[in-house]
Design a protein around this ligand. Structure first.
Ligand SMILES: Cc1cc2nc3c(=O)[nH]c(=O)nc-3n(C[C@H](O)[C@H](O)[C@H](O)COP(=O)(O)O)c2cc1C
Length: 181
């Protein structure tokens, strides 16, 4: 299965590196698209090396190789966004297309399921605006949300908002792939 992994700018980005390895172990091809904020946490080179494929980082120019957003949007069987920031969730919910990842998400065919694994501070997660944006997305039936975990977060606080366990994310990807219409 072709999995397009969207990586957005949260502290949990380092866990996405491991996700690439696990997805490949399961026999999936993985193409990574990073937001500009995500590249501040982990270099695209790390994802390019782990995935064995060019990484998309810009609508206008590729960091490693030029990547066309429509070509990218046609490629995946499943889109996984992990971690999904509050900001990117808002972008997707409102049909915005102001960077490569949001443009690809908007341009994928409607049969392609999109799995979101949000990760953020508990106060952000509890914010009704974030919850409303997630409701908008799940209301379209294309989007599945892997609920964040209740744990001690990188900011030192304990509460809901940690990236879900790897196994829960991988299971959600497998389920989305098998339900692909
Ligand atoms: C150190 C640091 C950690 C952050 N962690 C998160 C996070 O876990 N979740 C989140 O939603 N935003 C987090 N942010 C804020 C996002 O980086 C910011 O909203 C950014 O605009 C997200 O852009 P993107 O969605 O295009 O990647 C963090 C910011 C910093 C500086």
């Amino acid at each position: 299965m072709n999995v397009l992994l969207g990586v957005t700018g949260g502290i949990a980005v380092y866990k996405s590196c491991e996700l690439v390895r696990r997805l490949r172990e399961r026999g999936h091809e993985v193409t990574v698209v990073m937001t500009e904020a995500a590249t501040r946490f982990v270099s695209p080179l790390t994802f390019a090396t782990l995935s064995g494929r060019p990484v998309g980082t810009s609508l206008w120019e590729g960091t490693h190789e030029s990547v066309d957003h429509i070509e990218l949007a046609r490629w995946p069987d499943v889109v996984l966004v992990a971690p999904a920031t509050a900001h990117s969730i808002a972008r997707f919910a409102h049909g915005m297309a102001d960077d490569l990842l949001s443009t690809v998400v908007l341009a994928t065919e409607r049969e392609v399921p999109i799995v979101l694994a949000p990760a953020m501070n508990t106060a952000m997660w509890d914010n009704p605006l974030v919850q409303r944006n997630l409701d908008l997305l799940t209301g379209t039936e294309r989007f599945t949300v892997v609920a964040p975990a209740d744990k001690t977060l990188a900011c030192g606080e304990t509460g809901v908002g940690g990236l879900a366990e790897e196994s829960a994310i991988l299971d959600a990807v497998a389920a989305a792939g098998s339900e692909r219409r």
